[in-house]
Design a protein around this ligand. Structure first.
Ligand code: 13P
Length: 261
């Protein structure tokens, strides 16, 4: 059975006091019975603080990015082992904002994925097409290229300890979410690409949807058989919204009642 994940990517938002208040409220109100892995991704400078606030709680900590190198003269960069050292368990790699605004290519993203695994952390690989690519029917070729850059470098087995997040660029921060059917189609396609290399790993791989997930639309999206939770931006900054999304992910398992591979 694939346990759902709800991941809150705070992007470049927050402050020490706001983060502390949000995390304490989430820890208080998150139902420990909900079968869902909940992870938050604050900006780098707040990670150590967040780790202290979350110590011993149910919520796990992740970083929004990482350097592909292990150590050395890389001014401004942060390595995977440093992230582990301050309490992170997850690291996002290849977010579309990193690809688009900071020109990260597939090979660099694959190297970051490898660095995260090497440190014993869980990489969350983001893939997704732009609106133009979708309109030109290139969705599948784009996400396959992004996915297979990672398998080419690290092997399909690397996804035994990784997570994939499908985030269509046109749905991020726009209020325009992919329909559940659109998300399901791409998720099933991504799973089939991994299955072509290793069916067992594909069956266990958690594939999250990201792009304007809110409390009001999460249940519908999470009801799709290949959607194993969400990578949430804006709505992860509100305790009410984020908790609704966590509840929707938790109920998905109980309601569907099916034993997933
Ligand atoms: P929004 O939920 O704000 O659309 O952001 C999605 C995202 O980019 C999460 O990584």
């Amino acid at each position: 059975m694939r346990r759902p994940v709800v991941a809150g990517n705070w992007k470049m938002h927050g402050s020490r006091s706001a983060n502390g208040a949000l995390l304490r409220e989430l820890e208080q109100r998150l139902n420990p019975e909900w079968p869902v892995d909940v992870v938050v991704f604050p900006p780098f400078v707040y990670l150590a603080d967040a780790a202290r606030t979350l110590d011993g709680g149910q919520i796990r900590l992740g970083a929004q990015d990482v350097c592909a190198e292990a150590t050395g003269a890389f001014t401004g960069q942060v390595s995977a082992s440093m992230l582990k050292d301050v309490g992170c368990r997850y690291v996002i790699v290849g977010h579309s904002e990193r690809r688009r605004l900071y020109h990260e290519d597939d090979v660099l993203v694959a190297r970051k994925f490898a660095a995260v695994l090497h440190a014993g952390l869980t990489p969350v690989l983001c893939v997704g097409e732009t609106l133009e690519e979708r309109e030109n029917h290139h969705t599948e070729s784009v996400v396959a290229r992004q996915l297979e850059a990672v398998t080419a470098m690290n092997g399909a087995a690397s996804f035994a300890s990784g997570i994939v997040a499908y985030e269509p660029v046109w749905a991020i921060g726009t209020g325009r979410t992919a329909s559940p059917q659109q998300a399901q189609a791409v998720h099933a396609y991504l799973r089939s690409r991994i299955a072509a290399q290793d069916a067992n790993i594909a069956g266990h791989l958690r594939i999250l949807y990201g792009g304007s997930v809110k409390g009001g639309n999460a249940a519908e999206i999470f009801s799709m058989p290949d959607v194993d939770g969400g990578l949430v931006g804006g709505a992860s900054l509100s305790a009410d919204e984020f908790l609704k999304i966590c509840e929707a992910a938790a109920q998905r398992e109980t309601v569907s009642g099916t034993v997933r591979p």
